[in-house]
Design a binder for this molecule. Sequence first.
Ligand code: IVH
Length: 713
Amino acid sequence: MTAAAARAAELRRLLEDANHRYHVLDDPAIPDAEYDALLRELQGLEQANPELRTPDSPTQRVGAGILPGFEQVVHEQPMLSLNNAFSDEEVREFVQRIERQLGVADPAFSVEPKLDGLAISLRYEDGVFVRGATRGDGATGEDVTQNLRTIHAIPLTLRREATGSAAPAVLEVRGEVYMPRAGFEAYNARMRDTGGKVLANPRNGAAGSLRQLDPRLAAARPLSFYAYGLGVTAGFELPDTHSAMLQALKALGFPVSPEVAVASGVSGLLAYFARLGQRRDGLPYDIDGVVYKLDRYDQQAAMGYVSRAPRWAIAHKFPAQEQLTTVEAIEVQVGRTGALTPVARLAPVQVAGVTVTNATLHNADQIARLDVRVGDTVIVRRAGDVIPEVVRVIEDQRPRDAAGQPLHAPYVFPETCPACGSHTEAVRKVLRSTKAGGIEYAEGAAIVCSGGLFCPAQRKQALVHFASRRAMDIEGLGERFIEALVDFDYVRTVADLYTLTLDAFLEMKRLADERDDTVPETVKAGKVASKWAENLVGAIADSRQTTLERVLFALGIRDVGESTARTLARHFGALDPIMDASEAALVEVPDVGPVVAARIAGFFAEAHNREVVQALRDAGVTWPEGPPQRSAEGPLAGKTVVLTGGLSAMSRDEAGDRLQALGAKVSGSVSKKTSFVVAGEAAGSKLAKAEELGVEVWDEARLLAFLNDHPAP
Ligand code: IVH
């Protein structure tokens, strides 16, 4: 063997090894850059010495020339499908039929995720991948070998360690080609950036990729593979069970899902179904159910087949997450900060066990991208707890007139606020602002109503926020009543809540109940309301005694969350200095950047906002005020400190107060300007950042010693 041949063999081994560790063992050994360097070296060698090029070389994964079409492949052993179960009852019947027919109790099953991709069959002769085919109609499929070669998770040769000296003469491995979610998202993001065609979902992405006649296109798609079965074999010693066979495949170099397990009994199968169902949204790939397969091959043989599905296996499907329905209207909702969010009102449809009647359309850009119109048939999706969304329009089913023209024009986003008629403006959401004045914005812009508290929609949301637990904590004031308070004009500002009498609440509730069909007649006529109103008036009265940080948060100044409210309260000690603070004074507050400073100053520059504060005070809302908790002097004057992790002697807030009292500025994020970081128990990324930047780190003992030596002024 020449030196070049030896090096080529060595490189192939290294590359396939790296692949195997990445895809099968989930334990990557070398960085991508090194993999690429080795691959380029091999490509160079093969180019200089074409006789060294082998069909199983990793260089062949990049995709060769364009194919004229796909050859037909007859599956020597047909590729079967699975019967489905949609309920626990059907699973019970499946298990009972097996128990009855085999005369055994609690047989073992291999339990596996049902991957949502495309079934394929891979043929290895003497340890080398020679052909791969789609399922087709089960009897005949298409030869997609060139495209499958581009999938790094598919081994081009069987691993020698497992085969010993002799590889099986023939081994057909069956499994699913799928597109991992992350790859799907990244691919679509790239397509959006470059104006390319986006994929509808990962499954279509996988199927479409394999049907590309140009393997270079398939190579550009992020596909992967999991093995779950066998076709014909020769010279392969078959284990006794399916689960042992999967282990053998893994040893030969095939990726097998780490979720595969063995379970028995109906309860065992259903527990697996529930467990995987809970984790479904978090898995890196789409699954649409689980598969139960009788584990022992002799038991499988005894059960046999019915038409084209085995009697020894069943697919237990999750309720569908996507459904078709029609758009009855497109409406725009207004949030507390005035952001206009378009929603599709839908003909009610069951999606994954829940009736869906609304789905978010996110923003104007998304409506334009989807081209959703009233009357359209759309796919809605609901995953986990997230708000249902419209995924796609089925354009073929768009209602049209006799001339074939769409009945409805493209949706036009309103130019004025639908709740109050004020003009709207595009506001870019701030991701981050730096003290140096730099601002990072999120992609795209939100359309925002300029009406402020004049806008009833914003007024309602402002009241919901004001009354919420972490703000003024007024119990018993649900959204339905807040709507009624605004609609029937009982309140205009949050301060008006404190002027309402028991009778006013009772009257408002009667009006609210009257217009609400879901409230039973008996309740409308009943007198139980008085207790509710008494409690509510009590809760409102109790909320009068509050704290400065709660009031600041409750006012609903954009971008002033609880933690900013807290730092503002500490820094200034009282409300008046905050209301009168200049932007320059506000950026002095730890964690307040120029954007938030401008929001705060802008809020208090509005006369009506100052009036609300005055009205709250007049209504008896009070909070303790004190001196500012900062000092320009003291041993830590001019120092910026970050606290992270848990402290045992005091809370982080308390430690922050004491450091501030000594003149320190307490900040939430570590930068080069940080003087030191106090790292308590289980400190994480902030500690890492400090170490990376070479910022001094104190442990709790050092902090306590320092505080002990420097009693508060
Ligand atoms: S076994 C004889 N196992 O489901 C059994 N199939 O409806 C043949 N699938 O075409 C299939 N995950 O595309 C099996 N763990 C799994 C699977 C699985 C997904 C797909 C496969 C097949 C279809 C059957």
